[in-house]
Design a protein around this ligand. Structure first.
Ligand code: AGP
Length: 609
């Protein structure tokens, strides 16, 4: 999604903003721009393309200003172009604005501004209506003009505005889209996300929905929608910007795949005491609460949704509670059965996915108890949940989610076990077995990461394929779905996943000589069935990669190549079987010359519907 940065202070705003925008590149964008207060006038420079393009155009101008705002745009309304890039200005050029989100009523506002106030628009964007609204209400007080403009606006937006007649301030607003404020000495910064601030400060204000912020270099004031000033505790960021660097790997994605043993271990072992009892920090669900729960929904998008599918399996198997899993963009529009006996579990790496946030809000509105599994500390989903279970994956920069996924799985297992123990629904022996198997996973993931030759060979043979199939049974369907998503989103190979038993109901018509198919066959009790499915597709010429547990020699008789995962019980295989699929997708995408960390059309955090 878009990224915004604003600076006021004694440094050169141009440098601070460009540094911040570079740290927000992972959010996905197609153009960038900056507005600076230069000798009492606002200079706007904005171009389609990478930030590097903007930097090259600014360099010879040698700007040095104490005040400015900047933006990386991921197009929603209006194609990527210089004109549609942000910042946008009012007609007289005295006000400039950057925005992340969508103004849902921009058409009505645009018509009103044109017809009633003869505004001339320069761009096709929804954003431009905002700066003209502020201009319309401006009577010498930028803060008040922003308040009035925001009252007219519907949708999701994080905005930053400056005015050349008030060169000592930035006004920012947060509604649904993320916004944080970095606090410095005689300087303050707004940004869409914390990485943009870390070079300058670790002390931040996390801005809540509906809040308006006034920054001067001396200080920051936060107001609620009723214009009442509110106090906010300073949040001190503990993780390092360097953690978000590649640390020697060719891509963030490969770095993050290799960080999975550490993430799985951190997410797991911080919640197990010396007696392997689960202590869930951030979750206050009691036995009484659980006894009231008669419905569990797990709601998420993309990879997080695939983690939810495994979560369903775990909660139903360990805690014997029925679970519905749904994609967030569908959930909120299908009149779900929700009341105060519903537990709503939201899973989100970024904690800013608007579809998931909107579904969470709908569930809360209907009385559900909301528990979220989130990777970004202090993100919107986390702040709006009753209980939060943080994955300790560390910053995930690559658009394709990997370490967040495996730590989401661990989180689901722990929550399911906690529910099972709280309900007395699990025997001590079975509990001990699951915990023992979970604790063995970090080392098993590490072992797979050290043996990638087979995966690299398979990638070399198949990277030019245009289509790919993934099949599985039981919990392996969720892994097949995740492997398929990884491959399609970074290699652009047309990939899809299907329950193996469904092949014969239509899809097998597509299987022909050379069809590239991966069969995830880790479930002992379903292996014979999977073997039959492999034989079915082999008989039609498919090239089959099998994913199976070490020691399974049977599959070698049927599959063309086999990728083995370390032996483990069926219940926890997804944490292992997904790793070779992540690596296969990565190597195939690299061989295809794709932009692995920033795939086309995608964003790390989808903060629009
Ligand atoms: C996963 O590789 C994709 N980047 C995407 O499907 C992602 O999982 C989805 O947008 C949800 O994001 P979230 O976990 O931040 O909510």
């Amino acid at each position: 999604m878009c990224g915004i940065v604003g600076y006021i202070g004694n440094k050169n705003a141009c440098e601070v903003i460009l540094n911040g925008l570079n740290k927000l590149e992972y959010r996905g964008y197609d153009s960038s721009g900056i507005a600076l207060n230069i000798n009492g006038k606002i200079e706007v420079h904005k171009y389609k393309g990478r930030i590097k393009n903007l930097e090259e155009k600014l360099a010879p101008l040698g700007f040095n200003s104490p005040l400015g705002i900047g933006h990386t745009r991921w197009a929603t309304h209006g194609a990527p172009s210089d004109k549609n890039a942000h910042p946008h200005s009012n007609m007289s050029g005295t006000i400039a604005l950057v925005h992340n989100g969508i103004i849902e009523n921009y058409i009505q506002l645009r018509e009103w501004l044109i017809n009633e106030h003869h505004v001339q628009f320069e761009s096709e964007t929804d954003t431009e209506v905002v700066v003209h609204l502020i201009d319309h209400y401006y009577e010498g007080d930028l803060l008040e003009a922003v308040f009035k403009a925001v009252e007219k606006m519907k949708g999701a937006f994080a905005i930053g505005a400056i005015c050349c007649d008030e060169p000592d301030k930035i006004v920012a607003v947060r509604k649904d889209s993320p916004l944080v404020v970095g606090l410095g000495k005689d300087e303050n910064i707004i940004a869409s996300d914390i990485p943009a601030l870390l070079k300058y400060t670790r002390d931040v204000y996390l801005i809540n929905n509906g809040e308006v912020v006034l920054l001067t270099k001396e200080g920051v004031r936060i107001f609620n929608e009723s214009r009442e000033e509110i106090k906010r505790d300073v949040f001190h960021v503990t993780w390092d910007a360097e953690a978000a660097e590649k640390e020697g790997y060719d891509h963030f994605m490969l770095k993050e795949i290799n960080e999975q043993p550490r993430g799985v271990d951190a997410t797991l072992n911080r919640r197990l005491d010396d007696y392997n009892r689960i202590t869930l920090d951030g979750i206050q669900i009691t036995k009484e609460d659980l006894e009231k729960i008669n419905k569990v929904y797990i709601v998420a998008c993309g990879t997080a949704y695939h983690a939810g599918l495994v979560g369903k399996f775990a909660i139903e198997k360990f805690a014997q509670i029925p679970v519905d899993v749904d994609i967030a963009s569908e959930f909120r529009y299908r009149e779900p059965f929700i009341d105060n006996q519903t537990l709503f579990i939201a899973i989100s790496q970024s904690g800013e996915t608007l579809d998931t946030l909107a579904a969470l809000r709908e569930a809360k509105r209907r009385g559900a108890r909301v528990l979220s599994i989130v990777n970004v500390v202090g993100s919107s989903v986390a702040r709006e949940s009753d209980d939060v279970f943080y994955t300790w994956a560390g910053p995930e920069i690559a658009v394709a989610s990997t370490k967040a996924y495996t730590t989401q799985l661990i989180s689901m297992y722990l929550i399911a076990l906690h529910m099972a123990v709280t309900k007395d629904a699990i025997s001590q022996d079975y509990y001990d077995l699951i915990v023992k198997e979970l604790k063995a996973l970090p080392a098993k993931v590490q072992k797979m990461l050290e043996n990638t030759d087979t995966i690299k060979e398979i990638a070399k043979i198949n990277y030019e394929k245009q289509h790919a199939f993934f099949i599985g049974r039981g919990i392996d369907v969720a892994v097949a779905l995740e492997g398929s998503l990884k491959l399609k989103e970074i290699s652009y190979i047309n990939s899809f996943a299907i329950a193996a038993g469904e092949l014969k109901h239509g899809t097998i018509a597509l299987v022909e000589e050379g069809t590239f198919l991966t069969a995830v066959a880790t479930q002992d009790h379903l292996f014979e069935k999977m073997l039959s499915n492999i034989q079915e597709v082999k008989a039609r010429g498919a090239y089959v990669i099998g994913v199976a547990k070490e020691g399974n020699k049977e599959i070698e008789k049927q599959a063309d190549r086999v990728i083995y995962i370390p032996d483990c019980i069926d219940e926890v295989t997804p944490v292992l079987s997904v790793v070779p699929l992540q690596l296969l997708a990565y190597y195939m995408a690299v061989l295809r010359g794709c932009d692995v960390d920033k795939p086309k059309n995608l964003a790390k955090s989808v903060t629009v519907e």
